[in-house]
Design a protein around this ligand. Structure first.
Ligand SMILES: [Zn+2]
Length: 468
């Protein structure tokens, strides 16, 4: 435990590099008399083991979470939309232009199949940190170690280096990422591996162009080329990313960065999608934890619309729309869950999905693939925690996450900001949503943020230690 007499580590704040509009919001956020995170320091070895099992202590930055007026505000705002007088309302996502219907009463309807309320109703469950399990190898699984010949040859692989060669803890190395050996192909004893998808959604870039003949103007058709890759996130048969060492999450993010960099250089690629489907309801077909990347010549309509809106906002105001929205979320506080020196996690005002968490950097950064190893290491710890919160708030629920980075086809990268959206699959997309492409969300983001903050507090190592 810390005390005033203990020397405090020097934390280099990224906020000095923030755009002024975000800096103001961060200052305002921190100036509140009671803030969510009031203490930043390195975790002790015991605390690190409790919070991030298996993680070397020297890399862990720890914060304390205290009850804050953000909780009160979340409750007040959520209460205003609940109860017998509650009415449905719509909220607009200024990034996409989409309207989402918020209908808290929908959660009260009878459901013969399942109840999402049951998943979030348990108040103050026993403190339970996710245990790191040691998964075994499933001989029937094509992603497990030993089955490399059942997938195409790897285009990228990484393994954890010899920790014995890790430099001694010092100010210069404290925030360096884990020692990882990366090669652009196969390697023995791999931990994370990227392979081309055996069943790709797009044709290879060098594929012969299709002969579509003389098409009628009303029936347009075009080739779509690019790459479709699978990121195998562990050599062992783990279904959930929270089951194993966060260092694997770091290597997974490293794979995202490197493969996005690769595809950004390929001529004709206009959009790169990185996503994870975990659980059959989220679209996964194999249990072994994995994520995917699709690089395509197609610029999806929805992405193009978002880019145009961002560019228009920048031309009109000189500011980045996502930074303005982040500033507003930080000032509003009721939907912010937690933040580190560099990153923040919050439930967006107009979340299309119940329980959705958006992670992004406090510093304006259009390209995810420009992140340093140090930043990715910090982000991987944060992402691991976010996934633990989702798992605890909605046990057993499938989830997706989507990485949005400035696409190669973007004309004004400065107008964009990368983000990573994580959302449990609480509600099924039903007839109304399909009929008009408008989502109905029965869980207010203020309520979700409140729930996540409570869990984040219980995961705080000092709170855990106090209960032992
Ligand atoms: Zn497997």
């Amino acid at each position: 435990m810390s005390s005033d007499s203990e020397p405090q580590p020097q934390i280099v704040s990224a906020e000095s590099n923030l755009p002024h509009q975000v800096s103001e919001a961060v200052s305002e956020y921190q100036a509140k008399p009671v803030t969510i995170d009031t203490d930043t320091r390195l975790a002790s070895a015991g605390e690190t083991e409790a919070m991030w099992p298996g993680r070397p202590a020297r890399r862990s930055v720890m914060r304390s979470l205290k009850r804050s007026d953000a909780d009160t505000k979340s409750r007040q705002e959520a209460a205003a939309y609940r109860g017998s007088s509650a009415t449905s309302h719509t909220r607009r996502d200024l990034l996409t232009g989409d309207w989402t219907i918020f209908a808290p009463k929908r959660d009260l309807r009878p459901n013969d199949y399942e109840s999402t309320k049951q998943a979030i109703a348990a108040e103050h469950p026993a403190v339970q940190l996710p245990a790191v399990q040691v998964p075994a190898v499933d001989e029937a699984c094509p992603f497990c170690v030993g089955a490399e010949n059942r997938t195409p040859e790897a285009v990228w692989s990484a393994k954890l280096g010899d920790q014995g060669t890790t430099p001694l803890d010092s100010a210069a190395t404290r925030f360096a990422g884990p020692v990882v050996e990366v090669v652009p192909g196969e390697q023995q004893n791999w931990d994370v591996r990227v392979v081309p998808n055996k069943f790709p959604a797009v044709s290879p870039c060098d594929a012969e162009k299709g002969d579509h003949g003389d098409r009628h103007n009303l029936f347009p058709i075009s080739d779509v080329v690019g790459g479709h890759e699978v990121v195998v996130e562990s050599s062992l048969h783990a279904e959930s990313i929270t089951q194993y060492d966060p260092a694997l999450v770091y290597m997974t993010l490293l794979a995202f960065r490197d493969r996005i960099r690769h595809w950004r250089q390929v001529r004709g690629i206009n959009y790169i999608s990185v996503f994870k489907n975990c659980g059959p309801e989220a679209g996964a077909s194999l249990r072994h934890s994995h994520s995917q990347l699709i690089a395509t010549s197609l610029m999806p309509h929805h992405v193009r619309t978002t880019l145009l809106r961002c560019e228009h906002h920048r031309a009109r105001t000189g500011c980045t729309l996502a930074c303005d929205l982040l500033r507003a979320e930080l000032a509003e506080r009721s939907r912010v869950i937690d933040r580190t020196d560099s990153f923040v996690a919050f439930c967006p005002f107009s979340s299309r999905f119940g329980g959705m968490i958006r992670m992004t950097s406090l510093e304006h950064q259009p390209h995810f693939d420009q992140m340093t190893e140090t930043s990715l290491d910090q982000l991987s710890s944060f992402l691991w925690r976010v996934l633990c919160w989702v798992n605890e708030a909605f046990p057993g629920k499938a989830f997706n996450y989507l990485l949005h980075t400035c696409p190669p086809g973007c004309q004004q990268p400065e107008a964009f900001q990368w983000s990573l959206d994580v959302f449990p699959r609480l509600n099924k997309t039903a007839g109304f949503e399909w009929s008009c492409d408008c989502m109905i969300n029965s869980l207010l983001p203020e309520s979700a943020a409140l729930r996540y903050r409570e869990i984040a507090r219980r995961h705080d190592p000092r709170n855990v230690l106090l209960t032992r």
